[in-house]
Ligand binder design. Sequence first.
Ligand SMILES: Nc1ncnc2c1ncn2[C@@H]1O[C@H](COP(=O)(O)OP(=O)(O)OP(=O)(O)O)[C@@H](O)[C@H]1O
Ligand SMILES: C[C@@](O)(CCO)CC(=O)[O-]
Length: 466
Amino acid sequence: MRRKQSLPMAPTFMVSAPGKVIVFGEHAAVYGKPAIAAAISLRSYLLVNTLSKSCHTVTLNMRDIGLAHTWDIAALPWTVFNQPEKKKSFHSHVTSLDDDLLDTIIPYAEEVSKHLPQQDRKIHISSAKAFLYLFLSLSSPHSPAVIYTLRSTIPVRAGLGSSASVCVCLSAALLLQIRALAGPHPDQPPEEAELQIERINRWAYVGEMCIQGNPSGVDNTVSAGGKAVLYQRQRQGAAGSSSTPLVTPLPRFPKLPLLLVNTRQGRSSLTQVENVSVLRRNHPKVVEPILEGIGEVCNSALELISSTDFDGGDNGSMSAAVEHLGTLIRINHGFLVSLGVSHPRLERIRELVDYAGIGWTKLTGAGGGGCAITLFRPDVEEETIRELEQKFEAEGFEKYETVLGADGVGVLWPAVFRNEDDDRAAEEVDREMFEKAEGPQGIDRLVGVGAQENRKGWKFWTRMAV
Ligand SMILES: Nc1ncnc2c1ncn2[C@@H]1O[C@H](COP(=O)(O)OP(=O)(O)OP(=O)(O)O)[C@@H](O)[C@H]1O
Ligand SMILES: C[C@@](O)(CCO)CC(=O)[O-]
């Protein structure tokens, strides 16, 4: 006779975090220049199933990339992570990875997906590394057995912040499990919500360092807090410690028609950032002014956004402002081309838009493939846009419908949906259904934030407006 399965100890819950679009300032952001970025409606979702006390394993199930691995919790290198001089608390501010800790987890991360070719395994190993570093930092050998199941509607390695949204989800879930977060709830004071976002963001940055090497922190910051922000990494402090980045929410960020097109040319952000670093080292006098120039583009855009009413201004001034913003997009792309981070497929997107004469295009994210954004002129006919989209489709590009300025990290606790008019009709998120949901539409339909108007339950921490 089969044994009855034990009941879960804690309620199943889910967290979610958005991807992002960098509107101005990628790459230069790594060197302390300002960047403007906005959260998008594509998101990652992490389901957390706690198992009974008789289980002693932790499972990482990242279905979109085909990673599924289970570790025995007791066999993980807790003694190294828990040494007094290494041990971090959940409120520590970790700004660099500890080489000893990294070396310790590498063999455990390398246990995953041994059957796969090296290139595919690399992606799995980097996700496993981020997970293990966070799990060993924030949990304990006595943590309950858990299955973490991740699904995402964000294309991987396309410049839309997929890694950051995964890291924000992992950080939020682990902090919730150790009860290190308050809320989110609707009447939470903004200062308290900000503190929770920052706590999640700091640990997400640790995960990002495992995947990206030397990230500026802009991606995880936008993913954690949502909406649109101006982000600036601060210079290293005297003792080598980096100070807290400047993060300014941009509530006036205009809701302009932006087209997001994917080259479907995957690449690693880590490599792109390393390439720029080598270029800067070899040609400091040439590259430094380019990075400065990108920073100035961002400052100019900020000035424009702060002084223009894009939603309610008269037609003439609106048109001039869009033209100004478009020019800045074109200049920013030119700088990125000179840093060597474009790609022939990105140039093809720009070429098609330029030929049609209907807007301005730049790559977004780390480049080398990935996505481009296009801002359309205000007077462009729908028909012309449709024709352009058909050309994109014919040439194998992929277009995304997305909204800029989405919510940041959110929680569904417990992972149960209720219908607006009938509280009794509660529906628990089923792990198997979640795992098997077909593509982004299937994921959105099943658990999507705001995808079903009558579905309630998701709650978000909201950044303080300034
Ligand atoms: N759905 C996912 N499931 C598991 N791991 C993921 C997923 N999406 C991203 N990752 C992790 O993030 C890595 C991709 O990060 P990368 O920085 O190269 O791309 P990106 O975050 O999409 O782009 P960018 O940083 O330019 O915005 C993958 O190698 C993988 O480790
Ligand atoms: C290329 C980069 O500027 C943006 C990647 O989305 C890297 C970073 O800021 O960490």
